[in-house]
Design a protein around this ligand. Structure first.
Ligand code: CP
Ligand code: NVA
Length: 308
């Protein structure tokens, strides 16, 4: 069973294959309207369930469009409307869904929900974000970086802000794709040590640097994300903003990175909080390429899961 649960759980060669297949599939759709089916229909006769226990724009639309372009069918389910949200166990949900559909994508809160779903499912399960990780996003980000700058191996990626779920998947990717990663943010919002240790154990040079200006020196890519994630308590909003304000990505910070550094944000963004609109809409920014590549990268992930 090929689940796509996290970047460190998939073999390096397979990950590389997924990225290359995403690039090829994107290329083959140049000039086509979004609703035109792909020439190859690897998901023909496949039914895919897309489960959302949290809001989503990109993940929801890109998975839905991706499945349809590859000839499959989707059903979008909200956690609250399922029995899952009313006490049915995850294991039973997995067993039941496996009798109806060929693949499941889930966006949920606790990582344990994803892991249990995968454990009891007879069909591939894809992680569409948990409180801890967001692997599909970083697959799209690797594709995006490489389209603009070539291989990401050996490059310096700097994360400025909250050590959250998106950072965690960057750390997983650092180990698997061989790039260096610097985290700059307040100590109270450091990423879990486990993510850093794992990347280091695979040879990635992972650094924690409290001074954002120092951190971005020589950066090939600067990344940030919202200061308050969907799983964070709204009551912590003000405190987090105060802690994170020095780590805003603005023109002054970007000027300290390499002149051709790229800027990424997975979106949704809170403009002029974690990043200024000037940076988001400026020459370094590739944020909308990242959003587009969710479509192509996830199509490649789904093909891989189904062995097609
Ligand atoms: N980046 C991302 O996952 O966006 P959505 O929350 O809109 O899916
Ligand atoms: N860190 C954000 C990412 C959203 C795509 C969140 O979890 O809310």
């Amino acid at each position: 069973m090929k689940h796509f649960l996290d970047i460190h759980k998939t073999d390096q060669t397979e990950l590389r294959g997924i990225i290359e297949s995403a690039k090829t599939m994107k290329e083959s759709r140049k000039g086509l309207s979004r609703g035109t089916p792909d020439v190859e229909q690897p998901l023909k006769n496949q039914m895919v369930a897309l489960i959302f226990e949290k809001p989503s724009t990109r993940t929801r639309v890109s998975f839905d469009v991706g499945v349809r372009q590859m000839g499959g069918q989707t059903m979008v389910l909200s956690g609250k409307e399922m029995q899952l949200g009313h006490g049915e166990t995850i294991a039973d949900t997995a067993r039941v869904l496996s009798r109806y559909v060929d693949m499941i994508m889930i966006r949920t809160f606790e990582e344990q929900t994803l892991l249990e779903l995968a454990e009891y499912s007879d069909v591939p399960v894809i992680n569409g974000l948990t409180d801890r990780t967001h692997p599909c996003q970083i697959m799209a980000d690797i594709q995006t970086f490489e389209e603009h700058r070539g291989s990401i191996a050996g490059k310096k990626v700097v994360w400025s802000g909250d050590g959250n779920n998106v950072f965690a998947s960057f750390a997983h990717a650092a180990g698997q794709f061989g790039f260096d990663l610097t985290f700059t943010g307040p100590a109270q919002l450091d990423p879990e040590q486990e993510f850093i240790d794992l990347a280091r154990s695979k040879g990635s040079n992972v650094i924690i640097e409290r001074d954002p200006a120092k951190a971005v020196e020589g950066a090939d890519l600067v990344v940030t994300d919202t200061w308050v994630s969907m799983h964070d308590a709204q009551s912590a909003r003000e405190r987090r903003h105060n802690q994170l304000r020095p780590y805003q990505v603005n023109d002054a910070l970007m000027a300290k990175a390499k002149p051709d550094a790229l800027f990424m944000h997975c979106l949704p963004a809170h403009r002029d909080e974690e990043a200024t609109s000037k940076v988001m809409d400026g020459p370094h920014s590739v944020i909308f390429d990242e959003a587009e590549n969710r479509l192509h990268a996830q199509k490649a992930v789904m093909r891989w899961c189904l062995g097609k």
